[in-house]
Design a protein around this ligand. Structure first.
Ligand code: ATP
Ligand code: MG
Length: 446
């Protein structure tokens, strides 16, 4: 018998429920993660005691009981919530979101059989694993397999299609054959899932270790959520810089992108505008003039449809817009871009550019990477020397200009902007006297 290391709070809850004569098991993700030697995100406990009994058992502990109707009581110990849920069977999934009604059952088996995948349908009684559906074997084989008939399970709740991809991407598991073919067959129902649930799963898919192969094998799932991306698939770039079609290039680039959500989203869309901006020159070479702007528009449309936050949308759109910006390894060129995007985004752009280069023709890789290194070195110098590229670094402020007699209003902003551009282009030093002199001659000339 194996002994699992459980937090003392979990042990307290299981013991206390047992002492009152009821069953209590850890269930779901925490059991799966314990068996995989991962740290569980949260601890879910299932019991045959009713919510009212759980409330009575934990009468001296802090609790959230709002969910008692759904069978869940959260006990709060040391500021962590432990969800205790009465065994239940779910009713008809009419809106594909919330089960219509919750029916309690007194059997663990029934509770486990409503769960999505065998690896999520295990229960742990401190040191004994209860495995009705072959979940232990599937964990060993690294397989995601529906509990019961996959077609009806995906029909009941098409979110499970995305959950399957999520577990495949995050845990580096394969989706078992019958589950995979039912998943493809039921794909048309995916639009019934709420956009918030879609984006939540999508983010986890994009952040997973196995993201590239999951997206490669299940591209159709992504295209059914984002039909705008489908054109990339198989699109021949006809350009010596590229050895892959646009979609394969995108996936390769994703594989080289750090696991930062904003970067992964930006890379997913960075070339989405290529198919629609494609032209062939007289020598038969393909070009994609203006594709970053088009890709940025596609990203905005898709991300707004999926209700991503304004912050995520604005940042990814900007990263996509500038991912291919002509950048020279000199301080003026770099400061011009820094002025537009700021320090944080500039550093993100360098990471995206690197991922992009690594997914292009390997013949140019070393040259392009060393060019990027030169850019990074110049950038580091700019930062280390605190060279001016933003209004906040400029040695004069709006107040200084007002003291020179310029009235409050848009003219101040325009003049500061002109001064900043002059400083960035090394036309004047970032010194108060020189800047004031420049302002005076601007006033004189006007
Ligand atoms: P995570 O580690 O991300 O929390 P999880 O497996 O715990 O993963 P949750 O969404 O927290 O996922 O759900 C807890 C458990 O509830 C799952 O392990 C699974 O048993 C069950 N479950 C969750 N969502 C579904 C669903 N859509 N259909 C069937 N069972 C589900
Ligand atoms: Mg969980």
């Amino acid at each position: 018998m194996k002994h699992y290391h459980l937090p003392k709070e979990v042990d307290y809850i299981l013991t206390k429920i047992n002492q009152h004569g009821y069953e209590a098991y850890l269930v779901g993700g925490c059991v799966r993660d314990l068996l995989l030697f991962l740290s569980p995100k949260d601890w879910d406990i299932a019991t045959n005691a009713s919510p009212e009994i759980i409330i009575a058992i934990f009468r001296d502990d802090k609790k959230i009981t709002d969910y008692a109707r759904h069978g869940t009581v959260s006990v709060i110990l040391n500021e962590i919530a432990y969800e205790i849920t009465t065994y239940r069977i779910e009713g008809i999934y009419s809106d594909f979101r919330h089960p219509d009604n919750v029916m309690f059952t007194n059997q663990l088996f029934h509770d486990l059989s409503r769960r999505d995948f065998t690896i999520n349908a295990l229960a742990l009684d401190r040191d004994k694993v209860i495995d009705y559906f072959g979940g232990l074997n599937d964990i060993q084989q690294k397989l995601i397999r529906c509990v019961g008939d996959p077609t009806s399970r995906f029909r009941e709740d098409p979110l499970r299609i995305l959950r399957a991809l999520r577990f495949s991407s995050v845990l580096q598991f394969e989706i078992e054959e019958k589950t995979a073919s039912a998943l493809f067959a039921e794909l048309s129902s995916i639009h019934k899932v709420s956009v918030e649930r879609v984006s939540n799963e999508l983010n986890q898919i994009l952040m997973g270790k196995n993201c590239v192969s999951t997206l490669a094998y299940y591209s159709e799932v992504i295209f059914s959520l984002m039909p705008e991306l489908k054109k990339m698939s198989g699109f021949d770039q006809m350009n010596h810089h590229h050895v892959y079609d646009v979609w394969t290039h995108t996936l390769q680039a994703l594989g080289n992108t750090p696991d930062v959500l904003i970067l992964r989203i930006a890379v997913l869309f960075h070339d989405a505008g290529k198919p629609d901006s494609f032209t062939i020159d007289g020598s038969g070479v393909g070009h994609f003039y203006g594709h970053p702007e088009l890709s940025a528009q596609i990203a905005r449309t898709v991300l707004e449809r999926l209700h991503y936050s304004k912050k995520i949308i604005d940042t990814t759109v900007s990263l996509i817009r500038y991912h291919d910006a002509a950048l020279l390894p000199n301080s003026i060129s770099i400061k011009q871009l820094l002025y537009k995007v700021g320090k944080e985004e500039f550093e993100q752009l360098l990471l995206i550019k690197k991922a992009d280069i690594l997914a292009q023709n390997p013949d140019y890789r070393n040259t392009n990477l060393s060019y990027l290194d030169q850019i990074r070195n110049v950038y580091n110098d700019i930062i280390n020397r605190n060279e001016c590229y933003s209004l906040s670094q400029l040695s004069v402020s709006g107040r200084d200009l007002m003291q020179l007699g310029i009235p409050e209003g848009s003219r101040i902003g325009e003049m500061l902007d002109i001064l900043l551009r002059m400083v960035i282009q090394n036309e004047i030093p970032n010194e108060k006297n020189a800047l004031i002199q420049a302002v005076c001659s601007m006033i004189k000339n006007n």
